[in-house]
Design a protein around this ligand. Structure first.
Ligand SMILES: *[C@@H]1O[C@H](CO)[C@@H](O)[C@H](O)[C@H]1NC(C)=O
Ligand SMILES: *[C@@H]1O[C@H](CO)[C@@H](O)[C@H](O)[C@H]1NC(C)=O
Length: 358
């Protein structure tokens, strides 16, 4: 609706993964001479709507289409547009038995192969916001042949290594990971819906790090024109923009913070880990298998990924072309900030234009 409201034509596509999840893709065709095919992967709690919510002047999907890119927007398993499986229902705990690892190693290759088949393109460009880039690292670590299917990948507020943020609320939440995991398991809770209460909590995390106009700006971008009005708008906006995640996704991220390692999910159970991985400890992702050109954008006010975490990731990757620090931008600023075109999206287009398709 956001896309049609902006009077850009939209196409809907549907595909099924090898494990039966039915995923919806949205496509906006290029609005100028064709330059390439781009896949946009949203982050945690998000859908394709992230890339259009700031409107035709700023939204990444729109400005890429205007620059000649054939834009594909992904919606991963469990999210609003992808809540079906040929065998499982969302009420089954098994439906939610995934983290960013499965999204990366099962959804992502299915999406990439579908797009390359539909467009007859040999390769695509890639942009991932937070988890959207982590997915790609998980894929390349498991299936390095996918390096050959991507020209250049851009990560916005990417996380791999975590655990050195100054944000006290985030640190405290990470400390509680194990407790939360056992509690949610005991209560049989597998899906986390972003209710207004959870969103208020998340806004609390953002605003505790910068109690200033940035926080207000974020709330404004997030919830409507003024913070006050947003209190009433909150339920509707949450309903429109945010989407469920599996509890395992959040627990996995909590584990990355606790261990400061970029590794697979820890079942905290010798038998289960051994069954799954053939070893007692979860394996670390092998970033030396990420060979394609990568550019990373880091907001200096990121409350999840600290500058230290971001630099560690940059140093581990072999082929980083650009590392851009964006002043005053926080983790979700890459989605909701105003002037997003000038601050971020213009640079994305420049990078892709400089790395023309082979
Ligand atoms: C792209 O399409 C939109 C909506 O149809 C239009 O308003 C806009 O001017 C177009 N942009 C370019 C660069 O052609
Ligand atoms: C990581 O991948 C590289 C390249 O495939 C390989 O040579 C290396 O042994 C791997 N490291 C680990 C710890 O598996």
């Amino acid at each position: 609706e956001l896309i049609e409201g902006a009077e850009y034509p939209i196409e809907k596509h549907v595909l099924t993964t090898t494990d039966g999840y039915i995923l919806k893709l949205h496509r906006i065709r290029p609005n100028a001479t064709f330059r390439g095919t781009v896949l946009l992967m949203p982050g945690l709690f998000s859908t394709a709507a992230d890339f259009v919510v700031t409107g035709p002047e700023n939204g990444l999907a729109f400005v890429l289409a205007d620059a000649g890119y054939d834009v594909w927007l992904a919606n991963v398993r469990g999210s609003r547009f992808s809540r079906k499986n040929i065998k499982l229902s969302v009420a089954d705990s098994e439906f939610w038995d995934f983290s960013f690892h499965e999204i990366g190693t099962i959804d992502l290759p299915a999406i990439i192969d579908y797009i390359l088949r539909e467009t007859n393109a040999p390769k695509l460009y890639y942009v991932g916001h937070n988890q959207g880039m982590t997915n790609l690292f998980a894929l390349l670590s498991a299936k390095p042949r996918y390096n050959r299917k991507i020209h250049h990948a851009i990560g916005l507020a990417t996380f791999g290594y975590l655990g050195t943020t100054d944000n006290r609320v985030v640190r405290r939440a990470a400390e509680l990971t194990d407790k939360l995991y056992s509690t949610l398991k005991a209560l049989n809770i597998h899906e986390l819906k972003p209710t207004p209460d959870i969103v208020r909590l998340m806004s609390g995390i953002v605003c505790s790090s910068d109690m200033n106009e940035l926080c207000v700006e974020m709330l404004r971008g997030f919830f409507g024109s003024t913070v006050d009005r947003s209190r009433n708008l909150l339920p509707a906006m949450v309903d429109d923009l945010l989407t469920s995640v599996s509890t395992r996704q959040l627990i996995h991220i909590g584990q990355l913070m606790q261990t400061k390692k970029f590794q697979q999910f820890d079942y905290r159970n010798y038998m289960l880990n051994t069954q799954k991985y053939g070893q007692a400890k979860p394996p670390e992702y092998n970033l030396s298998r990420v060979l394609l050109p990568v550019s990373l954008f880091h907001g200096t006010k990121d409350f999840i990924t600290s500058a230290k975490d971001a630099l560690r990731l940059k140093d581990e990757l072999r082929n980083v072309k650009n590392f851009l620090e964006i002043p005053d931008l926080n983790h979700i600023g890459f989605v909701y900030s105003d002037r997003l075109y000038a601050r971020v999206n213009r640079k994305i287009i420049e990078i892709f234009n400089q790395h023309p398709k082979a």
